[in-house]
Design a protein around this ligand. Structure first.
Ligand code: MSP
Length: 513
């Protein structure tokens, strides 16, 4: 049986997740659900990145201990993922004791191998990124170094620290980036490669003095230091599947790992991560899928930009998790940043979910109930419909295998449109016995519901139950497979949103914008 291990970044729980985090998590969930539908063995992991200065400072501000703070936030994240119907198999937390042991042991091994050493460090630091920026990397505002991501002044830090010998891995990284297809889309691999070739690789600091950053895993042989949060965090991908604790589990999942990340953390997930793995004698990940940003008013959506769109806004407006997931996946783009507006999301939801899919299902269901008391027996399927189903389902599978979710949704949309046109052409309501037409339409609806099921799992399973068909794997789908449909209800799946409702309430844009 083929296996896939899919991960999201582990999120900093300094604030609740917003639709930028949901963007990554829903995408990973869709890939997980699609692979389960294809009957593959899936392990889907998300979680929280709980150590470091950023968390320490928020907890201080709130007047609680960092541990109490991250415990509470883990609950908050879980609730959000539940509201979005995220089917993770495991939620990892970097304060889990087994993870802390793996990090500590890995640090020790690298020190013993001579790949970690102690020396002095000075540089400009961004607390929100939890990283140093060298000249050329930061931007300048009124002559002062600013973080290019957060647009905030950097802090000057000078300290003795432990370094990881990243510089030793330059050839290895160049080889991986230029000769393999690990990083997808390839343009991101080229981007990192040209930076590595232009600037080379400098050793990176992987520890912090305890007096400054107390909230971290102690350096095992030096209690005055804590381990750098990125060293700690990246290792979640291996600790979560049994690295150093359960060898057979680790060996089953690791060769099949697919990391999903945003482009902001590309450097860490290529240069730093590949080098750390190599240093620990672990092969590189199978794939790193990189996506671009959701932007609002021209800036990456984020807490520091003050342009956050809350997840609850989408869930409430688009009829629960399915609508929110669909809208996000339709916007999903690996290469280009996407500007989010309520108007755009409304029009996707109204035209694709409420009209094309929801309305089709309702119309056909009601007709079947009225004309043949919901019982539709197998007939020859209309040739054109049969061909459309087969070819669009094939394209859908191709797209999903290539993780082109938004393109796969367009194939589903195309099928929906063909089916809607067919209803209007054959007018089943005018026929004494429209069984042939209804059967053709139901086969189309079945295919469509299967195609949509990774994105709108609730709606697909409601239809599958009410119309009496299983959500089979696309690989096992055959037109004419169903002997009899038994329709018991034709529910309204997606109520249209009233465009302009926001304006009526005096608010043109979502909260936070
Ligand atoms: N904790 C680190 C990751 C460690 S992984 C070993 C981190 N956390 S984060 O909370 O800042 O989340 C970053 C991720 O959230 C991005 O890589 C991206 O996947 C997602 N996004 C956050 N804002 C986003 C947008 N505005 N648009 C798209 N994705 C965004 O970095």
């Amino acid at each position: 049986m083929s296996v896939i291990y899919i991960t999201t970044p582990i999120y900093y729980p300094n604030a609740p997740p917003h639709i930028g985090h949901a963007y990554t998590t829903v995408f990973a969930d869709v890939i997980a659900r699609y692979n389960r539908l294809m009957k593959r063995k899936v392990f889907f992991m998300t979680g929280n990145d709980e150590h470091g200065l950023k968390i320490q400072r928020v907890a201080e501000k709130e007047g609680v201990s960092p541990k109490d703070f991250v415990d509470k936030m883990a609950g908050v994240y879980r609730q959000y993922w539940q509201a979005l119907n995220i089917s993770y198999d495991y939620f990892i937390r970097t304060t889990d004791s087994y993870h802390e042991k793996v990090v500590s042991e890995s640090f020790k091994r690298l020190y013993e191998k001579g790949l970690i050493y102690k020396a002095k460090y000075a540089g400009w630091y961004c607390v929100d990124c939890e990283r140093y920026y060298s000249p050329g990397e930061y931007i300048e505002v009124e002559g002062k170094p600013y973080c290019p991501i957060h647009n905030k002044p950097l802090e000057w830090l000078e300290e003795e620290t432990y370094y990881f010998k990243l510089s030793e891995f330059k050839d290895y990284i160049v080889k991986l980036l230029s000769e393999t297809k690990i990083v997808h889309p390839e343009s991101y691999a080229r981007e990192v490669l040209s930076r590595v070739q232009a600037e080379g690789l400098k050793d990176v600091s992987v520890a912090r003095p305890r007096e400054r950053v107390s909230w971290g895993i102690p350096v095992p042989f030096d209690p005055n230091y804590t381990i750098y949060v990125w060293f700690d965090a990246l290792l979640n991908y291996v600790s979560g599947i049994g690295y150093l604790t359960d060898e057979s589990r680790f060996n089953e999942y690791w060769p099949n790992v697919v990391h999903v990340i945003g482009k902001d953390i590309l450097w860490f997930h290529t240069v730093v991560w590949f080098s750390l793995l190599k240093a620990l004698d672990i092969p590189p990940p199978k794939r790193v899928i990189v996506h671009s940003f959701l932007i609002n008013r021209g800036l990456k959506i984020g807490k520091s930009a003050g342009n956050v769109i809350p997840i609850e806004f989408l869930v409430e407006r688009y009829n629960g998790s399915d609508g929110a997931r669909y809208v996000l996946m339709k916007l999903f783009n690996l290469d280009k940043d996407v500007e989010v507006t309520v108007e755009l999301m409304d029009s996707i939801y109204n035209s694709e979910l409420a009209d094309t899919y929801g309305n089709l299902v309702r119309r056909v269901g009601v007709l079947a109930l009225k004309k043949v008391r919901g019982k539709v027996y197998r007939r020859d399927v209309d040739k054109k419909i049969e061909e459309s189903i087969t070819s669009l389902l094939n394209k859908y599978v191709e797209d999903m295998e290539a993780m082109e979710v938004s393109k796969a949704l367009s194939e589903a949309q195309e099928l929906g449109k063909i089916l809607n046109t067919y209803v209007n052409e054959v007018k089943p309501w005018e026929r004494p016995d429209p069984s042939k037409e209804l059967y053709s339409l139901l086969e189309g609806i079945r295919a469509l519901s299967i195609m949509l099921s990774p994105v709108t799992p609730r709606a697909s399973s409601i239809i599958s139950e009410n119309f009496g068909f299983p959500l089979t794997s696309p690989a096992e789908f055959r037109v004419g497979q169903i002997e009899r449909y038994n329709i018991v209800d034709a529910p309204v799946l997606f109520k249209k949103v009233q465009a302009g409702r926001e304006k009526a309430g005096g608010q043109e844009n979502p909260p936070g914008s």
